[in-house]
Design a protein around this ligand. Structure first.
Ligand SMILES: Cc1cc2nc3c(=O)[nH]c(=O)nc-3n(C[C@H](O)[C@H](O)[C@H](O)COP(=O)(O)O)c2cc1C
Length: 366
């Protein structure tokens, strides 16, 4: 079978055996319950992808502290009251034969007052990249400590709930990126960007404390954006340096976030390479890398493996076709659904009902 490499198992840093190379990318569903618990439909939707052959399911971004609540009906992992919900989610994915990773998130400047109860918390009082956020409140030392501790507590909760591992959401312009980027971090204290130690302190502290909280044997992934779409932002070399600093503190998998695998924001990369490949080449061999972005057909997924990147995450395509992996394995490529063109087709998708309005924006251009 031409696509057999996608179905080869992978051992992760002596901590985890994955059944294959396919990962469901973390995707916010806006389908949780109002108290932050997973809805039954959302759990069923994740378990369905696991049953249909995806080896590792990343949950939607889950806020670890109320101040980071950023999306309508976002799921939370900020309190022990949510343990039953977290256990139900982990249990359903595990029972379906996949590894389950809880993605732990804080939106920083992207948090919304009507959800979080106050102004967004961020390193500095700087609007988000687009200038569209409410002006954030500059976090105090105590508040930063509270958030670091909330990541550690959420990770421990994930372990107690039965998740196979966790992913720290360091990507997509949220809190970790806001600390790392000179554009959003204007602080002059030890959390600022003046020295490398200061600049990486927030990520390093969270990784250290999460590792302490979950123990040495528990798998931890770190997701990051390899570059930043702003003149004062950072580039792939900076991202690699960040990883060189934090991976030795306890990261087992690096997940490179992107909308189009193989493309980057710059026109030229060394030797025709691209950010995900550069990161793969820079990481120690025992740390697998996940590539993602725009993968709809298995030939595209194979290209990721051919680059030496061990794992392939699929996002939007798994919304369109829950049985993608089963169809690829059976060679039924002509039956894979790769597009929807109107609202009626979105209504037919096997995703939580509450997700459908939100999805229209990703799939239908006006
Ligand atoms: C509806 C939707 C929700 C998303 N939510 C998250 C999220 O919660 N956490 C995250 O890290 N990325 C999130 N992403 C980004 C995806 O994980 C992925 O990187 C992106 O969709 C590109 O992959 P794809 O082309 O296979 O969809 C989201 C993307 C979509 C389309």
């Amino acid at each position: 079978m031409a696509y057999e490499p996608l179905f080869q198992p992978l051992s992760v840093n002596h901590k985890l055996d994955l059944p294959n190379r396919l990962v469901m990318a973390p995707m916010t569903t806006t389908a949780g319950e109002l108290d932050g618990s997973f809805s039954e439909q959302e759990i069923a939707y994740l378990a369905q992808r696991a049953r249909a052959g995806i080896g590792l399911i990343m949950t939607p971004a889950c806020y670890c502290h109320k101040s980071g609540h950023s999306f309508e009906r976002q799921v939370g992992c900020h309190t022990d009251d949510l343990l039953p919900s977290l256990s139900a989610c982990a249990g359903a994915i595990n029972a379906a034969g996949a590894a389950s990773f809880l993605q732990i998130h804080h939106g920083g400047n992207a948090a919304k007052r009507h959800l979080s109860g106050g102004p967004p918390w961020a390193p500095s009082a700087v609007h988000n990249r687009r200038g569209t956020s409410e002006l954030p409140h500059e976090m105090t030392d105590d508040e930063i400590e509270t958030i670091v501790a909330s990541f550690a507590a959420a990770a421990q909760r994930a372990r107690r709930a039965g998740f196979t591992g966790i992913e720290i959401h360091g990507a997509n312009t949220y809190l970790f990126q806001q600390f790392f980027s000179p554009f959003t971090n204007r602080r002059t204290d030890r959390w600022g960007v003046q020295t490398w130690e200061n600049r990486t302190r927030f990520s390093a502290e969270v990784v250290r404390r999460v590792r302490e909280a979950v123990g040495a044997d528990y798998p931890i992934a770190y997701r990051l954006s390899p570059e930043e779409d702003h003149p004062d932002g950072y580039d792939t070399e900076d991202a690699i340096r960040l990883l060189d600093t934090i991976v030795p503190l306890g990261i087992d998998i690096v997940h490179v976030s992107s909308w189009e695998y193989g493309a980057g924001l710059r026109h030229a990369y060394p030797n025709g390479s691209h950010p995900t490949r550069m990161i793969r080449e820079a990481m120690p061999p025992q740390i697998p890398v996940i590539g993602v972005g725009g993968i709809t057909l298995p030939d595209q997924a194979m290209r990721v493996l051919e680059d030496g990147v061990e794992l392939v995450a699929i996002g939007r395509e798994l919304l369109l076709d829950a049985d993608w992996a089963t169809k690829v394995r059976a060679g039924e490529l002509e039956h894979i659904r790769t597009a929807v063109t109107n609202r009626a087709e979105i209504d037919e998708l096997d995703v939580p009902e509450r997700m459908k309005d939100y999805l229209a924006r990703f799939f239908i251009s006006d």
